[in-house]
Design a protein around this ligand. Structure first.
Ligand code: MSP
Length: 643
């Protein structure tokens, strides 16, 4: 097949504030498999991944590590790139938002949007979650303070900002969703987006002035204190990677066939991004496909819980391609999935070992024993027309499933021919055929099995490239665009061919102890969930990461307009007292607090609450009878460590 189509496939660009975990690996492996399929069928394919390196979150993470943001970003970006190289991810470009070319393209877009009349200057006043790099209105917050996405404390921001006229695009967006039923996949997610947009879009603040780790807005604005909002900068990567705003334009790949993302970043991709593109007069992507969330033992993975699954460790322990197959097969696209080694081992031993590996072993055995490995396909249609028709029916269903991101169903459907093959052997019993002298019929059966395995390995190739290459070698052919055309499109048979022995592909696997991904023993798990309401158990080292100190409240006052918060000064034996904002106003009057000893979490990152810096958290316990501060039983010197 000729390269008549240009196909562009992207992953999100990953934040460089953390190393890769299986959630990142999942998106990347899906994108890699689709790209490999697209290349196999002869499409001119461009697969983009990379890292998202600007913003307040990265700036703060770098500071905490004593590094400059760029040094920090360089180091973490390299860990992503190295991991994808290790995993043989077939990306065509790895973009970094600190690349000069990207910055120029993002600035160009800012100018074009401004020329279009879509950017204006005003004052932003609202709440910002640094962790999610997202603005929220007061109504969206939990208890008027916490981020509705991640639960962390938000910061009150009031600063001069440039705005994008998102509201102007509300109707055009709704029209786009309406006219393109599969623009957001899975389709259930599209309905969520439509409901959100119908409820009304506000203009979007797209610059920040309170930090400077970002792309500066174009010089023509003569306003150097503004850097671009990290999501505008980040989304632009999909265009700048193709040279948008520079001389080396590769825009033949635009619009993207699919932007693969996780469900948590759907709003940015399905609302902001198409609106930005409309403003830039660019065509819109064909699909935005949002997958679900991987959890571990039913809980969100996070470093602080110590339950992050390291994809490299899993791949080293169980085989990279087995891991790829597992991730794509285990979870319906769009749904959440829980990582468990047991499920992984079951898939390897059952789907791969029994259904696929054993079939190949049976084929090698039969062809060697009865025909010295030399097989002819000429009589398959004569004896096994029905089986062949069923196999073809399954194979024909595959491509649309892949391009509609139904990858688990693609693999499920691909296993049907294997089951047909295994059943055909059991039903027709080649050893009986041989005994009865029906050599042609036995030969046709062996050839049928070989041809089924050939077709399955071609279609499985994008997910398990190396394994299927080995199967093809055993069957005496190569997987490439021409064998795909012959076997899948033209439905030709392998002609006369020789089957050779290869080592078993899926030796039986037992559980391996993973360092980071160690499973909590069942008993402990039960205890943890009943005693601790589902909070994961931690090691003592984790506990000691928290520095809790005894302190004395030396000053307490109300915060204007706040029903919950008090502003405290706490002496914890340092040169100056800590300022702490505490949600205890309903239970304590400011005049009763000075002189009270408390326990203070002293190594929390400072946060801003209602415009006041808070440098720690006071420990308290709350039940139906009210809230009590946690205090030492007898007075202790300020600064004494609790633990
Ligand atoms: N930098 C932004 C994306 C900008 S794209 C223009 C970002 N980065 S991220 O590193 O936080 O997340 C990248 C992707 O990883 C997201 O699609 C997110 O959904 C996915 N995942 C992060 N944790 C995940 C799981 N536990 N499970 C599955 N995917 C999850 O967001």
């Amino acid at each position: 097949m000729s390269c008549e189509k240009s196909v562009y496939i992207t992953t999100p660009i990953y934040y460089v504030n953390d190393i890769a975990h299986i959630g990142h690996a999942y998106t990347t492996i899906i994108a890699d498999s689709i790209s490999r399929y697209s290349r196999l069928i002869g499409h001119d394919t461009f697969f983009l991944t990379g890292t998202d390196e600007h913003g307040q979150k990265i700036e703060e993470s770098a500071k905490a590590k004593g590094k400059s943001p760029k040094e920090y970003a360089d180091a973490i970006s390299a860990t992503f790139k190295n991991l994808w190289d290790d995993f043989e991810i077939s990306y065509d470009a790895f973009i970094r938002t600190t690349d000069e070319k990207h910055k120029i393209g993002a600035q160009k877009a800012f100018e074009v949007m401004a020329q279009k009349g879509d950017i204006y200057k005003d004052v932003y006043s609202g709440h910002y979650c640094i962790s999610c790099e997202t603005f929220f209105t007061k109504n969206q917050l939990l208890e008027e303070e916490f981020c509705p996405e991640c639960g962390k404390t938000t910061t009150v921001v009031e600063e001069e900002s440039y705005f994008f006229r998102l509201s102007k695009y509300q109707d055009k967006l709704l029209e786009w969703y309406e006219q393109n039923p599969s623009c957001i996949l899975p389709k259930s997610k599209r309905n969520e987006v439509i409901r959100f947009v119908e409820s009304g879009l506000e203009d979007l603040s797209i610059t920040r002035t309170s930090f400077d780790w970002g792309v500066k807005i174009p010089e023509s604005f003569n306003d150097p204190k503004h850097v671009m909002y990290v999501w505008l900068d980040a989304l632009m990567n999909y265009l700048t990677a193709l040279g948008y705003g520079s001389d080396e334009v590769n825009m033949r790949y635009w619009p993207a066939r699919v932007h693969l993302i996780g469900k948590d970043i759907l709003r940015f991709h399905a609302i902001y991004w198409p609106a930005f593109l409309m403003s830039l007069d660019q065509p819109l992507p064909k699909h935005i496909a949002a997958h679900g969330w991987w959890t571990r033992d039913g809980q969100k993975m996070s470093k602080s819980k110590g339950n992050v699954v390291n994809p490299k460790e899993v791949a080293d322990a169980y085989g990279l391609e087995n891991f790829r197959y597992f991730m794509l097969r285990e979870v319906p696209f769009g749904g959440d999935g829980d990582f468990s080694q047991k499920a992984l081992i079951d898939r390897i031993n059952s789907d791969l070992g029994n259904d696929l590996g054993n079939l190949l072993n049976r084929l090698i055995g039969m062809s060697g024993k009865y025909f010295e490995g030399t097989i002819d396909s000429k009589d398959i249609v004569l004896y096994y027309k029905d089986e062949l028709a069923q196999v073809e029916e399954s194979i024909d269903k595959l491509e649309p499933l892949l391009f509609e991101m139904q990858i688990h169903r693609y693999l499920e459907e691909l296993w049907r021919p294997l089951s047909i093959a295994n059943k055909a052997i059991d039903k027709h019993q080649p050893w009986v055929l041989m005994k009865e002298g029906k050599t042609d019929e036995a030969m046709a059966l062996v050839a049928l099995i070989a041809n089924i395995l050939a077709r399955v390995s071609v279609m499985l190739h994008p997910v398990m490239p190396e394994t299927t290459r080995k199967i093809a070698t055993a069957l005496g052919f190569e997987i490439d665009n021409s064998s795909w055309t012959q076997l899948i499109i033209e439905k030709s048979m392998l002609a006369s061919f020789t089957i050779t022995q290869i080592p078993p592909l899926f030796p039986r696997i037992e559980e391996v102890k993973l360092e980071q991904a160690e499973e909590t023993p069942k008993e402990e798990k039960k205890e943890a969930s009943s005693k601790e309401e589902g909070i994961a158990l931690i090691g003592i080292d984790d506990f000691f990461k928290t520095s809790i100190k005894i302190g004395t409240i030396i000053e307490a006052q109300e915060i204007e307009k706040s029903d919950r918060l008090l502003l405290l000064k706490v002496d914890i034996g340092e040169a100056s007292p800590r300022q702490v904002v505490a949600g205890i106003k309903e239970f304590y009057s400011p005049q009763d607090l000075p002189g009270t000893q408390i326990c203070l979490v002293a190594n929390l990152k400072p946060a801003k609450l209602m415009g006041n810096k808070s440098e720690g958290m006071i420990l308290a316990a709350k039940d139906k009878n009210g809230l009590s501060l946690i205090r030492p039983e007898a007075p202790k010197s300020n600064g004494t460590t609790v633990g």
